[in-house]
Design a binder for this molecule. Sequence first.
Ligand code: HEC
Ligand code: HEC
Length: 375
Amino acid sequence: MDRPPAASDTVRIPVWDGGVRLFHWTLLGAVGIALATGLLSHILWLRLHLIAGVAVAPLLLWRLIWGGLGSRHARFADFAYSPRAVLADLRARLAGRHRLYLGHNPLGAMMVFALLAVLAALLASGTLALGGMLKQGPLAFALSYATGRAVLGWHKILGWALLGMILAHLGGVIEESWRGRQNLVGAMITGKKRAAAAMAQRKLAARTGLALGLFAVLAVLGAGGVVALARLPGRGVPPATQDPVYAEQCGACHMPYPPELAPAAVWQALLDDLQHHFSADASMSSALVAHIRTYLLANAAEHWDTLPAWSFRARDPADPVRLTATPFWKRRHARIPAAVFANAKIGGRSQCDACHRDATTGRFAPQAIHVPVAW
Ligand code: HEC
Ligand code: HEC
């Protein structure tokens, strides 16, 4: 057992190189934003959540490269302890013994690998959920809504697990700082730890040029691949433009609702009774009705795999034709006060395009929501 060194016979030994420190603090920033916007806040913060989440990808790539090419204590080999060593470290701690490690101690090292693994799993599950549910990002071409929805559950569980692990990591840092009489947060800023001069190991230099070059090449290739995949048409996504006759006739009094917002049976019922169309008489020539019927039935909700196409299928039996009477619509708009809908800038619940800037395309992306009235 090594005693914590007395101040007199210690020196400040460089431990954490610039590559580790920069990684650590930028990762903390990105993960902090992603966790706050993901766990605590609202779908309207999705844009910021995605920016922070995407930033984690190059950081992880960098850490993987630096784990092979960084200076001594940055390398994974420096803190790849066996399970036996981790257990021995845990036992020693429980017995109140303390040993100073210049790099990560065995328990801390295990947490570093676990954090990196959970972050990678969060990135993967986030990309799967985004692709399946919102048909955005590199996997939108391949994934079904049902898959995305299932994975979102895992994404949330992993998010809470990450939060717990970060708290445990903080606890470990505090415990180790206290026992070793050494400010480990400061060490991650300055890069230096206080230790007996005899502990200093021979320098193992970083191969910075090679690491940066490798990072640049892989980052550019990765980003190019992601952008190319994200451009592919989303799976089960209807065309963004509408039939012009439909748009003109059914867009005369309100926005022309995208056909995927209702199942075929609802469109049939609506078209069969245009004279008594809510408070209006929307009757039109039978040729127009036939044209519109063909278009609506060919593009009804059953044919598509988007969030709106799935969400508006369940109907209120008492008022099956209204979108705004569906359980989904009511649930998602429950927090918006009636006075907001009544505001002249919006003009009622049925004016989806007053708040959803992409409403006529049928996408209803969270990033395109903009309520033009303060609430
Ligand atoms: C003459 C004007 C007029 C025309 C033309 C018209 N509508 Fe409507 N529509 C209305 C009114 C009024 C409402 C009720 C809006 C409200 O309650 O705020 C309505 C409501 C709706 C709703 C329910 C919206 C909600 O709040 O959930 C749907 C769906 C709809 N219309 C589809 C159509 C389709 C499809 C066509 C073309 C066949 C069409 N409308 C043509 C006037 C019209
Ligand atoms: C007053 C503005 C407003 C109007 C009008 C409005 N919405 Fe929304 N809508 C919102 C807001 C805000 C949210 C996000 C609410 C939340 O999740 O807490 C939302 C959420 C949604 C979502 C979920 C989006 C997602 O990916 O999570 C859909 C789909 C949607 N609205 C469809 C509609 C349709 C269809 C209409 C018209 C019948 C409509 N909205 C009218 C403001 C509006």
